[in-house]
Design a protein around this ligand. Structure first.
Ligand SMILES: C[N+](C)(C)CCCC[C@H](N)C(=O)O
Ligand SMILES: O=C(O)CCC(=O)C(=O)O
Length: 484
């Protein structure tokens, strides 16, 4: 691992120095920078192997001969630095980084010390904090900061010299004063009935392929669209269970682990009947509703109906917000209690008992739709003045959910499974007769997101992971991974 560190650092140092060498005006200092670049390279390797008294201390003096902006300089950043490195200086309470003459970030000293990720302060394998946050003096202040090729070096006053290093990309990504533009999250494509023309689909071979590229494509589709078909699935519960487990371990509930069900009321729920089920999300009665839901129709004989309904709750919510902002606001505020009480051995209600709003947000962003009018409990917590407004709001919501523009109906058949993000996409079915056998499973939202995160590390690393993976990874995970 450390050898690969060196080779990447060679590239980094060469890239920086190469840029320098191109700068005609800097010809005279390129030799000094070349020397210092090599010094940085050697000390970086030393730094990441142990961080007792990092050998940078000796190298830092060697860097003194480097251009002014590389040293701790209290004056404003130089207007043009031949290495284009960010400037850094210590202020009373914060370290100021100058990304360019017009863009600065400020990091509190306590914040930087608490976020040191050297092997003494942050366990490189477990990715857990080792530094005792509460032993860091509130007034901690660096004695020296240095702009290095790949990041900021900070020396702290303590009985034992302690040096911290923060990659520039990580500092930019975590800038909080001010917040800097970050890479946009995976885009979500909102859809209505027209998704019928080209629904997201992967093949069973892709999903099962051992190199996981197809699995990444599958889950990327789910992240983007909220659902994805899987074609060519052997029409057996065994193959469907194996397919489910490609995402993560199955979440067992009062309906069992892997379900294989039909209309025999084997479980106390209308799903185990021939009734039509309107668009809903499952397990609204759980504090933590199931994340993904996989369905695979294994057979339907001597009858018809049982078509599958999918509705993009985020799409419908966006229209509700546009057309009926008051209703959107009510559905975003008023908690809706729910229950699962069809099994003698189970009586589920969420914590807190009043449940959660239909539309859940993080800040301004809609992050979850939770709607099952069949499983809703008594609305005894409404302010009397709100009762009619609440019913008016859900009527507007329901009208949009059930509009021809929103509803995507598909007749599943053996061999084609569908996975649905139960936090976004509602599902349902039309009534049916005859013998109909459906199988599937729930996957927890955290298991789904974890699998997508590790696949993204491999196939679509974000800029910080991309830049730091080679020199700061243990167990294949960079200590600077934005998830940490
Ligand atoms: C296990 N299986 C998916 C067949 C049954 C689902 C039960 C549906 C329940 N009314 C809910 O909305 O959670
Ligand atoms: O039987 C189906 O097609 C779907 C049943 C359902 O909505 C559910 O199990 O949540």
């Amino acid at each position: 691992m450390w050898r690969s560190t060196t080779c990447l650092r060679v590239k980094t140092a060469k890239r920086v120095l190469g840029r320098l060498a191109q700068d005609k005006g800097a010809a005279s200092s390129s030799k000094a920078a070349l020397k210092s670049g090599r010094t940085v390279l050697a000390t970086q390797r030393a730094y990441y192997s142990t961080n007792t008294t990092p050998r940078w201390a000796s190298a830092a003096t060697a860097l003194k001969s480097t251009p002014r902006h590389l040293s701790d300089d209290r004056s404003e950043a130089s207007t043009s630095s031949i290495l284009d490195l960010p400037t850094s200086r210590i202020d009373d309470r914060q370290v100021i980084i100058g990304w360019d003459p017009h863009t600065y970030s400020r990091y509190h000293h306590i914040w930087l010390r608490d976020h040191c990720r050297c092997s003494e302060c942050f366990h490189p394998v477990t990715k857990q904090r080792l530094v005792n946050t509460f032993e860091i003096p509130p007034g901690v202040k660096p004695v020296h900061v240095e702009s290095r090729a790949d990041g900021l070096e900070v020396k702290w006053p303590s009985s034992r010299p302690h040096t911290s290093f923060y990659p520039w990309s990580w500092l930019q990504q975590n800038s909080y004063d001010p917040h800097l533009a970050r890479e946009p999250p995976q885009e979500k494509i909102l859809w209505g009935a027209k998704i019928l023309q080209s629904p997201p689909t992967v093949t069973y071979e892709e999903a099962m392929a051992e190199d996981d590229r197809g699995l990444f494509k599958w889950l990327s589709n789910v992240e983007k669209f909220g659902f994805c078909f899987i074609t060519g699935v052997p029409p057996t519960p065994e193959a469907t269970e194996q397919l489910s487990c490609r995402i993560g371990f199955i979440r067992e509930t009062q309906y069992g682990r892997f379900w294989d069900f039909t209309s025999d009321l084997a479980k106390g729920d209308t799903a185990y009947t021939t009734m039509a089920l309107g668009a809903h999300t499952d397990t609204t009665y759980f504090t933590d509703p199931c994340g993904l839901q996989l369905f695979h129709l294994l057979s339907h004989t001597d009858g018809s109906g049982g078509a599958t309904l999918l509705v993009d709750g985020f799409y419908v919510a966006s229209i509700l917000k546009e057309l009926h902002p008051d209703a959107y606001d009510i559905l975003s505020r008023v908690p809706v209690p729910a229950h699962a009480a069809g099994e003698a051995s189970a009586l589920y209600t969420p914590t807190p008992r009043l449940g959660y709003p239909v539309l859940r947000h993080q800040g301004e962003e809609l992050i979850q739709v939770r709607w099952n009018n069949d499983d809703r409990s008594v609305m005894s917590h409404l302010e009397p003045s709100m009762v009619e407004a609440w019913y008016d709001a859900i009527r507007k919501w329901y009208a949009l959910l059930t509009s021809a523009d929103s509803e995507f109906w598909v007749q599943l058949s053996p061999g084609t499974a569908v996975v649905v993000d139960n936090h976004r996409v509602l599902h349902g079915r039309s009534a049916f007769d005859g013998k109909r056998r459906m199988c599937g499973a729930y996957i927890g939202i955290d298991e789904y997101r974890s699998k997508l995160a590790i696949l993204s590390e491999r196939f679509a690393p974000d800029s910080v992971v991309h830049e730091t993976a080679a020199y700061a990874s243990v167990n294949g995970r960079s200590i600077w991974n934005p998830a940490l």
